[in-house]
Ligand binder design. Structure first.
Ligand code: IPE
Ligand code: IPE
Ligand code: MG
Length: 236
């Protein structure tokens, strides 16, 4: 197993392949999403067990609103039922949930559920679980730039005070360390608008496994691959 030294502090996962998993079995796409929840459970457990401190899961991109209404609706229902069903176990495991992304397009019900899971898990100390919902990295950066521009226009900030740290503080992920390892399942090798700024020096891992098939061992394998990498940050 990886030593503590080479353990990523923050693992971010693009959970991809639910639709293909369902199609291979002659099922509807949403059945793949339902099965994907099992993988979320496994990975949360594995992250907590291995000592990973931050786990970010990309669950719904801003672009995903463009999917057929039936699928979007099924996903919204799934988010709500997950909050109801999973919160007690998350509390027991010491998991603290934070939601990142835009919240304005979700229904009142979904927003209430998301507030609820954040409120009820706020005391968690074992693992920070960050759920990216209606997330777009470009939107995040655009909103940060706008927030900074407003401060400059008001006179409360000088242009020369704009630093990388200041930009960090204006992102949804303010206070969360950058991901060390980004995993994308299903064999796709792209970021799809995920953590573009934050992943500048992340290590990437692209297993072929479809998300609903992703196991605790797959997560541990990813940590092993990470441990074997040499992170140089531009220095020889
Ligand atoms: C990822 O699986 C889950 C979401 C984007 C919500 P997909 O639904 O993208 O599955 P594929 O890529 O079509 O197989
Ligand atoms: C990215 O997957 C978004 C999530 C996993 C939530 P997509 O399946 O939506 O991305 P593309 O369309 O393959 O780039
Ligand atoms: Mg996909």
């Amino acid at each position: 197993m990886s030593t503590k030294k080479s353990l990523p502090k923050h693992v971010a996962i693009i959970m991809d392949g639910n639709g293909r998993w369902a199609k291979l079995r002659g099922k509807k796409r949403y059945e793949g999403h339902i099965q994907g929840v099992e993988s979320v459970r496994r990975v949360v457990r594995a992250a907590a067990d291995t000592g990973v401190e931050y786990l970010t899961l990309y669950a719904f991109s801003t672009e995903n609103w463009g999917r057929p209404a039936e699928e979007v609706e099924a996903l919204m229902t799934l988010f709500c039922s997950c909050v109801i069903n999973e919160t007690p176990e998350l509390i027991e495991q010491g998991v603290k949930v934070t939601i990142i992304g835009r919240r304005s397009r979700f229904s009142q019900e979904v927003n209430e559920r998301l507030d609820e899971i954040e409120r009820r898990t706020a005391e968690g100390k074992v693992l920070n679980l960050i759920l990216a919902l209606d997330y777009s990295s470009r939107t995040e950066i655009t909103e940060a730039v706008r927030g900074i521009a407003v401060k400059v226009a008001e006179g409360s900030l000088l242009p020369e005070q704009i630093s990388e740290q200041l930009i960090d503080q204006h992102l949804y992920t303010a206070g969360i360390p950058d991901p060390d390892l980004v995993i994308r399942t299903s064999g796709e090798c792209r970021l799809s608008n995920f953590l573009l700024w934050q992943a500048s020096y992340a290590e990437f891992y692209f297993p072929q496994t479809l998300w609903p098939d992703f196991t605790e061992q797959d997560f541990r394998d990813a940590l092993e691959v990470y441990a074997s990498r040499d992170r140089r940050y531009g220095i020889v």
